[in-house]
Write a protein that binds this ligand. Structure first.
Ligand code: FAS
Ligand code: PHB
Length: 392
């Protein structure tokens, strides 16, 4: 088989990249280790930046987002006894949209498959052949066990944190930065109307809690748990009790309901550079991971493939290499901005283990920072412009 761009991974990065390329007549083939149903069912991100919504709109994949998504003009920051709203349009003139990654992935699959996009599901034994060659290849075994070789002019590694693309770049060429946080997030999807109009990020001595949502009838909530905790330790009533305790406020009640899904996600910051090796280009979680506190993971993936698509279109239609040569450094500049913001939000909002010798001091630092961020216009503007998408 042969194509212009071989895309490894049918998550939001790979699917959106194929859509963006197709607008310029550039063909691609996507290979994916899982089934379409499996990929669509993975519950992940919920917040989309205004810039990403613009990209999705221009790409022709945001019709349902505009119909069913919810525009949010701010968030609440809370600590015991106080809850403060940050008004994004007032602070930085922008907003965000709440629309589940599962819904965006379904939209992308429908649109790409209707357009005849070749997607090979449930492949195995994936490897990248000669990434430095003018025409690299992707070897894989199809779902029916047939060995395949896909010849490409470029390979896009959109295969997430556990994919094969990043490790195809020799360690001698690669630099990795990583921070593992001493806590995880337990997330639930619940069949109950949200008890808030916009997201609540709550600091509490027992641990962080977040009230998000997916619609006017489905809530998405998270509690900070120990890094090695397991879901069996958290029956529904314990989860709801922790959420109610950590987000308690006079005159406010948290409505609970049946949980539809629950899982524990570890927290890490991870960056791998460069994001290009010859004709192999990394995008999304294949190159970087951020803790979800800043709601950046999905948005970074969208920013990467927007930049990569522009670079490949210029190469294939104008024969110019300037954007391709600039891709990795330019993408990493935004990756580090989002990585810093996600680390900053995470460090401010998660109480460390009381057994930690520095815990009592760090808690005072966090509370002072929260009071400052919610009282200083300069400090709250910093949060607002990063949360809604800072591309400077
Ligand atoms: P993805 O991981 O989404 O997609 C990669 C695809 O490649 C997958 O479908 C995988 O099956 C496939 N693949 C893997 N190896 C392959 C191979 N060898 N060959 C072919 N295909 C292969 N972000 C937020 O903003 N907010 C959140 O709340 C949030 N919560 C998250 C919770 C969890 C549990 C996880 C894991 C991530 C979360 N994220 C969150 C981040 C998440 O949304 C990612 O940023 C987003 O999925 C990135 O998209 P992709 O880069 O396309 O990677
Ligand atoms: C979500 O709705 O899943 C969500 C929202 C904001 C975050 C993290 C997750 O920071």
């Amino acid at each position: 088989m042969r194509t212009r761009v071989g895309i490894i991974g049918a998550g939001p990065a790979g699917l959106l990249l194929s859509q963006l390329l197709s607008h310029h007549g550039i063909d691609s083939v996507i290979i994916e280790t899982r089934s379409q149903e499996y990929v669509e069912a993975r519950i992940r991100a919920g917040v989309i930046e205004h810039g990403a919504v613009q990209t999705l709109t221009e790409a022709g994949v945001a019709d349902r987002l505009h119909r069913e998504g919810m525009r949010h003009d701010g968030i609440y920051l809370q600590w015991p006894g106080e809850r403060h709203h940050l008004d994004f349009p007032d602070l930085c003139g922008q907003s965000v949209w709440v629309y589940g990654q599962t819904e965006l992935t379904k939209d992308l699959f429908r649109i790409r498959l209707e357009a005849g996009q070749p997607i090979h599901f449930e492949v195995s034994d994936v490897s990248i052949i000669d990434p430095l060659a003018e025409r690299p290849g992707i070897a894989f075994t199809d779902a029916d066990g047939t060995p395949q070789l896909l010849e490409c002019d470029a390979v896009a590694g959109c295969d997430g944190f556990h994919g094969v693309s990043r490790d195809t770049i020799p360690e001698s060429v690669r630099t990795v930065w990583q921070r593992i946080y001493p806590y995880s997030w337990l997330g639930i999807l619940a069949e109950v109307a949200p008890s808030t109009d916009e997201l609540i990020y709550a600091w509490h001595p027992e641990g962080f809690a977040l009230h998000s949502m997916r619609s006017h009838s489905i809530s998405r909530l998270y509690v900070q748990v120990a890094p090695d905790d397991v879901i069996e330790n958290w029956p529904d009533d314990r989860i709801w009790e922790a959420l109610a305790t950590r987000m308690a406020l006079d005159g406010w009640t948290l409505d609970s309901g049946p949980t539809l899904e629950k899982g524990i996600t570890p927290m890490r910051s991870f960056v791998s550079a460069p994001m290009r090796y010859g004709n192999l280009f990394l995008a999304g979680d294949a190159a970087h991971i951020v803790p979800p506190t800043g709601a950046k993971g999905l948005n970074l993936a969208i920013a990467d493939v927007t930049r990569l698509s522009d670079a490949l279109v210029r190469r294939f239609t104008e024969g110019r290499e300037d954007l391709v040569d600039a891709y990795s450094d330019a993408a990493l500049q935004r990756v580090w901005r989002s990585t810093h913001f996600s680390w900053w939000m995470t460090s401010m909002l998660h109480a460390d283990d009381p057994a930690d010798a520095n815990a009592a001091f760090l808690r005072q630092m966090q509370l002072s920072q929260l009071r400052y961020v919610t009282s200083s216009r300069a400090a709250s503007t910093t949060l607002a412009e990063n949360y809604t998408g800072f591309s400077g």
